[in-house]
Design a protein around this ligand. Structure first.
Ligand code: IVH
Length: 661
């Protein structure tokens, strides 16, 4: 018996070693046939001898039983996002912002930006215990069994690993598989995956791990959440350790010492892009030294010490069949190119935006022209240029409508913008777009309430505006064709669930002009509650990071509009209660209340308050017995006297920063 046990152990060791050599070191030592043979032998022995079962055996990669649904998993530390830049000028600006804060003695690590699915792996005492998706950054889905099927994910760490490691990385799908899946889906008239990330997500979010195991997925590790029991000073040291622990990192990473080196690295990676078997959409730059990273800190949900520098778009050539005119939320009428379908980067492109009349004029584009179409990531593809040499003489001019294609009302143009607008605020197309935006994934995220649903509900007059969504009942929905009892209930539940969405989502969902996701987040962080956001005057809004005069004016225009106010009132009456948003810099100050007094050495009071909130603390205006700390600067006044009376602890700016660290 002893010999079977020894053989099993030997096989496990050999297979793990082969995985490590292949995936981490990129130096395969045995052939695929040999690997498969070892694997098969191990599977059979384990089946015959269940007494030697071990959860960390490489055979456990084959995956567990199918699930009903995924359970939720809360990350110990939020999974953040990155700011994007697209040009050398923006890079220079970013770099200068860094030098402004941390001086010029720092290095940067450049890595490819994988167009994949963000994942977190938790290793406790070296064993993989949980793998989860990013989700909303705070809570993701537990997809452990599926992630275990990926060969480059070790079930057990090697060497001198930390006692707790939350490692983050990207799950990627091969280009080949991505195109294959999309072609199959196109044939079956199923919706296509917009990008490799969605395809990777679709593969990981299979309830049956056997399906996941069939897709060729891979993992590259690039960052950490919580880590206990390991120490390093730089990102570079950290990724080197990843490899020692058996975690796969990408070989195309570099320590960069100057702006010039960064730009060269960008060009170098861009050149290799085509030849890589999976999609990358740019490079990620990270300030290398952890102390410098801390110094730079975070803004909203992205670190200030890292940035994604994206590649230019991909192109395809096709014919312009026709132009449709679409009415947007704000009444702007956008010409949409109807194209002869063309595959660009694994995605079938059938339409593209032409932006506005000026664009049509400057392209000199006509119907039946041969055109160059570009697509970049999730952005709607756009028509880049016309190949006039391909004209045959049957091309037709494009005419902008003078009446709204939806309501027939007048279309106006103004001096200061090129847009054509439908002036009818009650235009059904505008309302539909407004509601679609409200329900969309990045806004209120009402699961199951897609664009088609909104059109139907409007057509049947079951909804009028945001608040009427919350009045929908399963009975009302069941009156609609093909709507069963269960799915009607499910949709109503999904709508009701969004009543307690976060404030940033809510603000974004309102569809205020110029207020994108990021601005909404900064507004939510700054104001903390819907009430104070709604009451904000222009001068208050201008204090918010990245909010300029144009944005502030648009917000005030929106929040002071009677109809908008009454719609928000209705939402509140239905029980919609946006929650203030969580912090993103960690929870070092969770549960602590601060008051700030005097002039601080380096931070303004607003910045100090932001810093505190960012790390989970609360800031109030006056000292009371509920105050935990008084943050004291020079020339402190009556607040200090009061704090001393109440024996509230005093803290300096430096001590606050130390506390956060
Ligand atoms: S570092 C603070 N490195 O891009 C986030 N992220 O847009 C630190 N991503 O959610 C992440 N390649 O999932 C990092 N080499 C790379 C990456 C990378 C892709 C993803 C990541 C993140 C997203 C942000």
């Amino acid at each position: 018996m002893g010999s079977v046990k020894t053989r099993i152990e030997q096989l496990r060791e050999q297979i793990s070693e082969a995985n490590y050599k292949y995936y981490v070191l990129d130096q395969p030592t045995i052939s695929d046939e040999k690997y498969d043979a070892l694997f098969k032998e191990l599977l059979e022995l384990e089946k015959k001898h269940p007494e030697f079962a071990d959860l960390t055996s490489p055979t456990h990669k084959v995956g567990g039983a199918p699930l009903e649904r995924f359970s939720k998993y809360r990350h110990r530390q939020p999974m953040l996002s990155l700011q994007n830049i697209y040009s050398e000028e923006e890079l220079t600006e970013f770099y200068e912002r860094w030098t402004g804060v941390i001086g010029d003695k720092f290095s940067v690590v450049g890595e490819p930006k994988f167009d994949g699915l963000a994942i977190e792996l938790v290793y406790e005492n070296g064993l993989l215990t949980v793998a989860s998706t990013r989700g909303d950054g705070e809570t993701g889905e537990n997809v452990t069994n599926n992630v275990k099927t990926i060969r480059s994910v070790p079930l057990k760490l090697r060497g001198n690993y930390p006692s707790l490691l939350e490692v983050r990385g990207e799950i990627i799908i091969l280009k080949e598989d991505f195109e294959k899946i999309n072609k199959e889906r196109a044939k079956a008239q199923e919706p296509l995956f917009a990008n490799p990330r969605n395809a990777a997500a679709g593969s990981i979010r299979q309830l049956d791990p056997q399906v996941t195991a069939k897709r060729h997925l891979d993992l590259f590790c690039h960052s950490v959440g919580t880590i206990e029991g390991a120490n390093f000073k730089t990102h570079w040291e950290m990724v080197k350790m990843f490899s020692q622990w058996g975690l796969r990192t990408h070989s195309l990473k570099r320590e960069l010492k100057s702006l010039k080196e960064i730009q060269n690295f960008f060009l170098e990676v861009e050149e290799q892009r085509e030849s890589l078997p999976y999609e990358i959409d740019g490079i990620v730059l990270k300030v290398n030294e952890l102390n410098n990273q801390r110094e730079l800190g975070f803004v909203a949900r992205s670190p200030r010490w890292a940035v994604a520098y994206k590649f230019k778009a991909q192109e395809g050539i096709t014919e312009l069949k026709d132009v449709h005119f679409q009415v947007g939320r704000t009444g702007v009428i956008t010409p949409v190119a109807v194209l002869e379908p063309v595959w660009i980067g694994g995605v079938e492109v059938k339409s593209a935006t032409l932006h506005n009349e000026d664009q049509i004029k400057s392209l000199g584009i006509k119907i039946h022209d041969t055109v160059v179409v570009k697509r970049a990531g999730d952005v709607i593809p756009n028509v880049q240029s016309v190949i006039t040499s391909k004209r045959k003489g049957k091309e037709k001019a494009i005419h902008f409508p003078t009446k709204c294609p939806s309501c027939g009302d007048r279309v106006v143009t103004s001096e200061e913008e090129v847009a054509h607008r439908c002036i009818n605020v009650a235009c059904p197309a505008r309302l539909a777009e407004t509601l679609k935006h409200f329900a969309s994934k990045r806004a209120m995220n009402i699961e199951g309430l897609g664009d088609k649903w909104i059109d139907i509900l409007l057509e049947k007059k079951l909804i009028r505006h945001f608040s009427s969504l919350y009045d929908l009942t399963p009975e009302m929905l069941q009156t609609l064709e093909r709507q069963g009892e269960r799915s009607a209930q499910k949709l109503v539940d999904a709508i009701q669930k969004t009543k307690n969405n976060t404030l940033d989502r809510f603000i974004f969902a309102l569809g205020i002009r110029f207020v994108g996701e990021r601005t909404a987040e900064l507004l939510a962080l700054h104001f903390g509650s819907l009430k104070s956001f709604l009451e904000a005057k222009e001068e208050d809004l201008l204090k918010v990071e990245e909010v300029g005069e144009k944005v502030a004016a648009a917000i005030v225009q929106f929040t002071t509009d009677k109809k908008n106010r009454s719609e928000i009132e209705h939402l509140l009456e239905k029980g919609v209660r946006p929650k203030s948003i969580k912090t993103h810099g960690g929870t070092a100050l969770q549960g602590l209340t601060f008051v700030i007094t005097g002039t601080l050495p380096s931070l303004s009071r607003d910045e100090a308050a932001d810093l505190i909130r960012t790390h989970g603390g609360k800031v109030t205006g006056s000292v009371s017995k509920n105050t935990d700390y008084l943050l004291v600067g020079e020339d402190a006044g009556s607040k200090l006297t009061k704090a001393r009376e109440l024996k509230v602890k005093e803290i300096s700016e430096a001590e606050l920063k130390a506390l956060i660290r």
